[in-house]
Design a protein around this ligand. Structure first.
Ligand code: GCB
Length: 608
């Protein structure tokens, strides 16, 4: 009886477990076949492969049509008219953005079809198969052997489809219609300050699971505790009463439970006093194993608490100063969307060199390699969804999609100790519809995870010479964060250290952005824009100013490395890049890199 009551209470605390989406997590730990590599590509700006000449979709016609590209049809004889041929079309690498793989596609926004064939084993009635995509920007329509599997909208989060009944023995044809057209009511919307890289930008896997399998599991320190571990195992295909065991062998912990009608088992137990909590100084990870009668799935998980008290951010109960840097998911040396473990090692390696213990992964969920490496390296992480600038706050469909992207990010990464802050928005204009929209995202995020901090990058405004932070959304957040560009978009640098500030919240504050552009190698006086000296001076003066803003407990200056943006057109200086990087697009450090490193050394000494 007591057990039942405990489970009921626990379920009330974790309502997100019974999620409608059957997203498979821990995908890199599962038995799978990689479908990465060369995929055939057809560029289709008029969507000829999807609509007939009357603009009717082929899949709305009875019996369909072999003219539809997803049929991957080949002429049966020399007479038959077929006007496309994937096998004779050029290839693109998956994962990869198309923009940097072909000069012809650099500025392309629209529909592009990607196709590959793969061999499947004889159907095994004991197994279930899933196609899993790490990310496709922006909209993906997916067909297997001519059957529509579904659609996913959102360029930076994973999705999967069960294909058990559709796989053929022998050769299978997988076709994805990728569309990166920007829309006013999409998330993000028409205008951003980053490149709209199109394509299948993350790994594709054919996952192989038993009939009853572990769809998801999580284990972390319960809110408010430094010893109690709480978690769950979600099975797919299970009968009620199926047994599961959760183990953390290095802690001598092993607990068994049975799943309920929804395939869910909840766990809560005390860790021994030998538990070493995860922190930047000691990023200890433990192997967690889930075992059922049919399989065993593992992950390496860190245990830590994160909370706020007044103006403090406490990690495992200890005050922190978040020495951060913002990062876009782009490899500056290679150019293009970053996606690999090596890309992550480069970006996070630079962050460590800079003296960081924190990174802001802007402005959308980055690939999983980043989070896993942050776990290993001991970097705290701010993750966010692309609710950026002028979202269609009045549109319920836009809100639904933002919610969906938020859920997908949180479900994917809730086992990552590194993630300490979820952010719901960047630089959005206050107002009734924005407040309602973001208020709903905040509520949703809290219902999914009550253990991490919530924030958003807000803006400031001027009241008679005082810079004021009072966006009403701040009342709903744990950490008040704002972007400010003193000395770049406005305000003088010379008197920055004397600037007057008013933050209308007694909460920890993070300066989520500040910075200015410099072309690496361009030198001059500190008053000359675009020079390394100007950027260095901007950092010196802003850091002095920030020291005097009440409750500042961290920052993530803008930005680690120069990144591509179609907004940045100044010839000879920008040439298509936002140059606010501390590292150039050739991977060379600018002077301001060392200014910030020096500042972080001081902070590190102060917060020992
Ligand atoms: C911002 C945005 C960021 C831009 C940056 C800039 O406030 O959040 O996405 O890239 O300013 O460089 O203007």
């Amino acid at each position: 009886m007591r057990m039942r009551w405990a489970l009921g209470l626990w379920l009330a605390l974790w309502p997100w477990l019974v999620s409608a989406q059957a997203l498979l997590t821990h995908v890199d730990q599962r038995q799978s076949t990689s479908l990465d590599g060369d995929w055939h590509a057809i560029v289709d700006p008029y969507e000829t492969g999807y609509y007939n000449y009357r603009r009717q979709p082929y899949d709305a016609q009875p019996g369909g049509s072999t003219a539809a590209f997803y049929q991957d049809h080949h002429a049966q004889d020399k007479q038959e008219l077929v006007e496309y041929d994937f096998s004779a079309s050029p290839t693109l690498k998956v994962p990869g953005d198309w923009n940097t793989q072909s000069e012809r596609l650099f500025y392309y926004e629209g529909t592009l079809w990607l196709q590959r064939r793969f061999e499947a084993q004889a159907a095994d009635t004991q197994r279930r198969r899933f196609l899993h995509f790490g990310a496709v920007n922006h909209r993906a329509d997916v067909w297997l052997n001519g059957h529509k599997l579904g659609t996913h909208v959102g360029g930076f989060t994973p999705f999967n489809f069960e294909v058990t009944a559709l796989l053929r023995l022998g050769t299978n044809s997988l076709v994805v219609k990728v569309d990166n057209t920007r829309h006013a009511d999409a998330v993000p919307t028409l205008s951003t300050d980053w490149w709209n890289y199109g394509g299948i930008t993350r790994e594709v896997r054919l996952i192989d699971e038993p009939q009853v399998f572990v769809q998801d599991f999580a284990l972390q320190l319960k809110k408010g505790s430094l010893r109690t571990l709480a978690g769950f195992v979600q099975l797919s295909g299970a009968r009620p009463g199926e047994a599961v065991t959760l183990q953390v062998a290095e802690l001598g912990l092993s607990r068994s439970a049975v799943v309920n009608d929804a395939g869910l088992a909840a766990f809560e137990f005390e860790a021994p006093t030998t538990l070493q909590r995860w922190s930047p100084r000691s990023p200890r990870l433990y192997e967690v194993t889930v075992t059922t009668a049919h399989q065993s799935l593992r992950d390496r998980v860190g245990f830590r608490s994160i909370e706020v008290r007044g103006g403090e951010i406490l990690l495992n109960g200890e005050p922190q100063y978040l020495r951060g840097i913002s990062i876009h998911e782009e490899n500056p040396r290679r150019g293009g969307r970053a996606h690999s473990a090596a890309d992550a090692a480069q970006a996070l390696g630079w962050a460590l060199e800079l003296g960081c213990n924190f990174v802001r992964l802007a402005h959308y969920p980055h690939n999983e390699h980043m989070l896993r490496l942050a776990d290993q390296l001991g970097l705290m992480v701010w993750e966010e969804i692309p609710v950026y600038w002028t979202i269609a706050f009045d549109n319920p469909a836009t809100l639904a999609n933002a919610r969906q992207q938020l859920s997908e990010m949180m479900v994917r990464d809730r086992n990552r100790a590194s993630v300490v802050i979820w952010s719901v928005a960047n630089e959005t204009p206050p107002g009734a519809s924005r407040n309602a929209f973001l208020g709903e995202l905040v509520r949703h995020a809290r219902s999914l995870d009550d253990t991490r901090l919530l924030s958003a990058a807000l803006e400031t405004h001027d009241e008679q010479g005082v810079t004021v932070v009072d966006d009403s959304l701040g009342a709903q957040l744990d950490v008040v964060a704002f972007n400010q560009y003193r000395g770049w978009y406005g305000g003088s640098l010379h008197d920055a250290p004397q600037a007057r500030w008013a933050v209308r919240y007694d909460k920890p504050v993070i300066i989520s952005e500040f910075g200015g552009d410099a072309l690496q190698g361009l030198h001059g006086s500190r008053d000359e824009r675009w020079t390394e000296e100007y950027q260095e001076y901007l950092y010196q003066q802003n850091l002095r100013m920030i020291e005097r803003i009440p409750n500042v407990r961290g920052m993530s200056p803008w930005i680690l490395a120069d990144f591509r943006s179609p907004r940045r057109v100044l010839p000879g200086i920008q040439d298509g890049y936002n140059r606010k990087g501390l590292i150039s697009s050739q991977g060379l450090k600018k002077q301001a890199f060392f200014t910030l490193r020096e500042f972080y050394r001081g902070k590190q000494a102060q917060y020992r």
